[in-house]
Design a protein around this ligand. Structure first.
Ligand SMILES: *Cc1c(COP(=O)(O)O)cnc(C)c1O
Length: 622
């Protein structure tokens, strides 16, 4: 899509709203060449920022009068059609010391948002006077409410409006935004006026279809999203219900054709999860015959047909339409599982012990290590600084085990290890096993900054740009401190751990700020209560699944204080089980037990055994 558009001088904003702002999707779009992300809701925008997306974000749904402050603090650019809303955006932007960009929407007949063409020039003139906002361009939206198609004629009209605005304002507009996915056929046919230089595209990228007739778009795939559910009943039943008929569960009056006895499957998905009419089964010969809130009923062929491949407990997969995708993504009952980047089973053969802790004493000579297939080396901090030493010593086959003695240096080591490990492997998830959510200092700092930004009363504060203004600013809260950026100064996007891939495990206590942050960033967290209820095995399994989803492995941070012989935390045996499960998963890319000073030889031995467990040592080796 982006190549096609680039050939016609068009830049693309990738629209993630059907995925509720899923950061992995935004990242894939950015990898594919979109230069901004478009979103319709602030909740989704916060999710993207917390997920480490630093690209410019455009708010697509025209802003409400009541939300100007938050919008200006959260996004760089918004689509607008009401002058008084732009006025309040301008006031809010001035207060925050920012410049907010607006794209003026023109209604070309679809009758969703947009200024009526007659009102465009006066609106543009008025807005151009306002400090705090800048008119970045004009745009239109078609094929939504009215189903009006983009044509050479209405696109030409858009360009004419743009020229009139430019003449009135005396400057050239950056953007002439010619609509959404439905404008692509015009581009492909070479009929889009050359002045149109921007599109906002969601569905065509996500589902690989043009949106006028929903035909597959050449060169794309239609199964980037798959909805799966399990068969919970599989029986032969008649095709017509038996008894006197009234309304069904949703007030409809169903009608049936008698096709004799059929093999029918019931799946554990329903209208509460998805728009059932938008599901297309991927299994041949299977059709959807009905659904209630929690059940989807499939016809799997004539009852006599024993060749049917379905079995109770099988997963049946469907491709979703746009509305089915939107509903499934929004439903809290549907688990979202990003796939495709995992590469789980690479075994490291070398070990790099980092830090001066007594825990790593003599690691080159630990008896258990060789049996596990590791050779160990130690890294000290060289005169050239930590980054240098590490970069040289690490390779994909080498697993860093970090035990920085001092608590103060631990976050810095952590950020560094993440960066180096990510360089070797790709994006990592983070499993944080600790009695307290001791968030990296940079994360807390930026979160507090964004808190004070959003609570600052409007008007009576000096305008200033706040560096690292948390979710609202351009900096991600999970960005490593600037001093730890790569020497070449590149943004090292790969090293950031997305909040979606950070999981806390075995929490015993969390302060109000930490709790608020966990909620706000939607960090998955398992407390000791969860461990009691679900057991170590299940909690670790769930935590790894979330932390590793869509990544290339895990950075595991382990605070030995979580193991206190079962007083408030885990027993020794539970720790070993958790660490062995991590080892078995093949996901481990770095292990970090920094910031802890063991109290004596016995404790050192205990921690060394923990390290051996996470490297794969079992009581009986197989
Ligand atoms: C949703 C939306 C888009 C993207 O539409 P698709 O059909 O998914 O490409 C573009 N612009 C606006 C204003 C939108 O609301």
């Amino acid at each position: 899509m982006t190549t096609l558009c680039a050939e016609h001088g068009i830049s693309v904003t990738g629209v993630t709203k059907a995925t509720c702002g899923m950061p992995q999707v935004a990242r894939a779009m950015l990898d594919g060449g979109v230069n901004a992300i478009g979103e319709s809701r602030l909740e989704n925008i916060h999710r993207l920022r917390a997920g480490g997306i630093l690209a410019p974000i455009v708010l697509l749904r025209i802003p409400p009068l009541s939300g100007a402050g938050e919008i200006v603090a959260s996004v760089d650019r918004s689509l607008n059609s009401e002058v008084s809303v732009v006025q309040s955006l301008a006031r809010a932007a001035e207060n925050l010391g920012r410049l907010h960009e607006v794209i003026l929407m023109v209604d070309l007949g679809d009758l969703r948002e947009g200024l009526w063409p007659d009102d465009l020039l006066p609106a543009a003139r008025g807005i151009a006077e306002l400090p705090g906002v800048r008119i970045a361009g004009i745009g239109t939206n078609l094929s939504c409410y009215g189903g009006i198609m983009p044509t050479e004629k209405n696109m030409r009209a858009l360009v004419d409006h743009a020229h009139r605005v430019e003449d009135a304002l005396g400057f050239k507009l950056d953007l002439i935004s010619g609509g959404n996915s439905s404008s692509l056929p015009l581009v492909a046919a070479g009929k889009m006026p050359s002045e149109v230089n921007h599109l906002r595209i969601g569905e065509a990228i996500l589902l690989g279809r043009e949106t006028i007739e929903r035909r597959p778009w050449p060169g794309t795939m239609q199964d980037a999203f798959v909805v799966a559910a399990e068969i919970i009943e599989l029986k032969r039943k008649p095709s017509v219900p038996i008894g006197e008929s009234g309304q069904d569960a949703f007030g409809g009056k169903p009608r049936f054709t008698d096709r004799g006895e059929r093999l029918r499957a019931i799946l554990n998905i329903g209208r509460e999860d998805v728009d059932v009419s938008g599901l297309e089964p991927l299994t041949p010969g299977v059709t959807i015959v009905g659904a209630s809130s929690d059940h989807l009923i499939l016809d799997a062929g004539p009852a006599a047909d024993e060749t049917g491949a379905l079995r109770l407990g099988d997963e049946v997969r469907f491709t979703p339409s746009y509305s089915a995708l939107l509903a499934a993504m929004t439903s809290g009952y549907v688990e979202k599982r990003p796939v495709g980047r995992e590469q789980f089973s690479r075994h490291s053969t070398g070990l790099l012990a980092v830090g001066r802790s007594p825990i790593l004493e003599d690691i080159e000579r630990w008896p258990g290590l060789r049996a596990l297939g590791y050779t160990a080396a130690k890294a000290e901090l060289g005169a050239t600084g930590p980054a240098d030493t590490w970069e040289k010593a690490l390779s994909p086959e080498i697993l860093p085990v970090i035990a920085a003695a001092q608590r103060l240096t631990a976050p810095a080591y952590g950020a560094l290890a993440r960066r180096v490990a990510a360089r070797e492997h790709g994006p990592l998830g983070m499993l944080w096993i600790s009695p307290r959510p001791d968030l990296p200092a940079e994360l807390l700092a930026s979160e507090l900054a964004s808190e004070s930004t959003s609570q600052r009363p409007a008007g009576n504060q000096p305008a200033r740009e706040k560096p690292g203004a948390g979710l609202a600013g351009r900096e991600s809260p999970l960005l490593e401190p600037p001093s730890l950026r790569s020497p070449t100064g590149e943004a090292s996007a790969e090293s950031r751990v997305s909040a979606e891939n950070l999981v806390f495990l075995c929490l015993q206590d969390a302060g109000p700020t930490e709790q608020a942050m966990i909620r706000r960033l939607r960090i998955e967290a398992y407390t000791m209560e969860d461990v009691d209820l679900l057991g170590v095995r299940e909690v670790v399994r769930r935590a790894m699944r979330t932390a590793a989803a869509g990544t290339r492995g895990l950075y595991v941070r382990f605070d030995p204080r979580c193991a206190d012989n079962g007083r408030d935390g885990l027993t020794n045996r539970e720790v070993h089980l958790a660490l062995e499960l991590i080892a078995l998963s093949g996901l481990l890319r770095a292990f970090d037990l920094s910031g802890y000073t063991p109290s004596g030889t016995r404790e050192i031995k205990r921690l060394q055994h923990f390290i051996l467990s996470v490297l794969g040592k079992r009581i009986l080796s197989r």
